[in-house]
Ligand binder design. Structure first.
Ligand SMILES: [Zn+2]
Ligand SMILES: [Zn+2]
Length: 137
């Protein structure tokens, strides 16, 4: 456990939060739901407890997705700019929250420590360093 205080916001700034997290609980998910919900190749999330997150500003909107295992997961996002913000569970999993990495101001300090659903990982994910690169667009 490496405790850290973080804060963040959605892209338009209508939703703000502060949280205490464990820097060791940063993970990448390569599942096809995360690909569809982010529009990207994989998703990075900081797992935490609901009690560790304090929300301010506008309330996020919730989309409920049902996973292959039948579990319902709540997907919190900004209704104005669409930024994915949090994930949460229901019932016994109500305290299992996650903060979407891209919404965190200190995200540059948060390195993933594990990855899951690697069977649907895109094959080029490990070879980005081979692409032609520029510092800006
Ligand atoms: Zn927003
Ligand atoms: Zn996923």
């Amino acid at each position: 456990m490496v405790a850290m205080k973080i804060d963040g916001r959605c892209h338009c700034g209508n939703i703000h939060f502060e949280a205490e997290i464990d820097r060791d609980r940063v993970s990448i998910c390569h599942c096809t739901d995360c690909q569809a919900l982010t529009g990207s190749a994989y998703r990075v999330t900081v797992l935490t407890s609901r009690n560790a997150v304090r929300l301010t500003g506008k309330p996020p909107k919730v989309y409920v997705k049902t996973g292959d295992n039948g579990n319902r997961r709540l997907q919190y996002f900004c209704p104005d700019c669409g930024s994915p913000m949090f994930t949460g569970g229901e019932g016994h999993a109500a305290d299992d929250w996650g903060i979407r990495w891209g919404s965190i101001r200190q995200r540059g300090e948060l390195r993933p420590k594990r990855q899951i659903w690697c069977r649907s990982a895109v094959p080029w994910v490990d070879s980005l360093g081979e692409l032609p690169s520029r510092e800006t667009d």
